[in-house]
Design a protein around this ligand. Sequence first.
Ligand code: GDP
Ligand code: MG
Length: 370
Amino acid sequence: HGTLTVSELADKLNKDASEIIKKLMFLGVMATKNQDLDDDSIELICAEFDVEVEKEIILEDTDLDKYISEDKPEDLVERPAVVTIMGHVDHGKTTLLDSIRHTKVTAGEAGGITQHIGAYQVENDGKKITFLDTPGHAAFTSMRSRGAQVTDVAILVVAADDGVMPQTVEAINHAKAAEVPIIVAVNKMDKEAANPNRVMQELTEYELVPEDWGGDTIFVNLSAIKGEGIDELLEMIVLVSEVEELKANPNNNAFGTVIDAQLDKGRGSVATLLVQNGTLHVGDSIVVGNTHGRVRAMVNDVGQRVTEAGPSTPVEITGLNEVPEAGDQFLVFKDEKKARQIGEARQQKKIQESRSEQTKVSLDDLFEQI
Ligand code: GDP
Ligand code: MG
């Protein structure tokens, strides 16, 4: 549970330090107020007083946010934008993601197009951009870290022959609620029935007004299937991210969010992580959601083995004791023992929670029967 001194524990238990010292004496331990207590002693003392209180301590000390060290402004450097593609079904989200990837990822890179880790990075005019390859809505609803969004820029895909549809509106609402800037990609411009003016007209109702009409929303016309307009879209993403002044400290312990994870027959737990701050290294001790371990190997988005991954970089790792969940937060600890303690406590807490959840359900069932 991390370390606590006698007086810190006394505070948490709402007791006097002398009472703790007395209990310790009975347990055969001579202690002073400022002495660090090991886990066993903390557990024993908690048991002496009240079990409920013990749970509270575990809860508090397993919160990963508490272990994130703040960055000094002078340590912050520019980082790539993390982009999510949203829009109504069949308006071309997947085709656009593929098209960007094919035009920008050179086939010569190891693994090339076949590798698929749930996110990828492209370079445009020397500026990197990270695309999340997950359904846009999921990226917004489940992927939050430290209360902040994983996504920096949302691309709203609207088919020029279909216009604004229910999921278009839903996507706008998600992005607005998250205060993420929206770039509108008017897709399927190659189609006979394409009517980009109608799309612009319809979107003004949602306060997405093009610059030509006095608004401040960027619209890009494109054909994902023909690969037309992709370069302009990438330029606009870079433009918007420059305005956002996206920054991170590459020299801190890495933290970020799980994009995707599964159990692999040969490699065990495999997780795709998006590093949001710091740099992740092979060998790092890490807590990922309710799992933990040491980063055994890392593979980048084009299938190459790498030893480190900086801010806004997606990377696939192995070495965790269990499979985490998409949307889980991760944090690297300098101290391997600390990572293990917190990882185990979080795992324990999850087991406790699912147990009490089960009890609740069966109680509810019972009442229903009565
Ligand atoms: P998603 O549901 O938003 O991911 O849409 P998809 O990318 O799966 O595309 C839906 C359909 O629209 C597919 O049949 C695509 O081939 C087609 N499509 C996507 N982009 C374009 C485009 O730019 N032009 C045309 N003509 N068809 C497109
Ligand atoms: Mg799709």
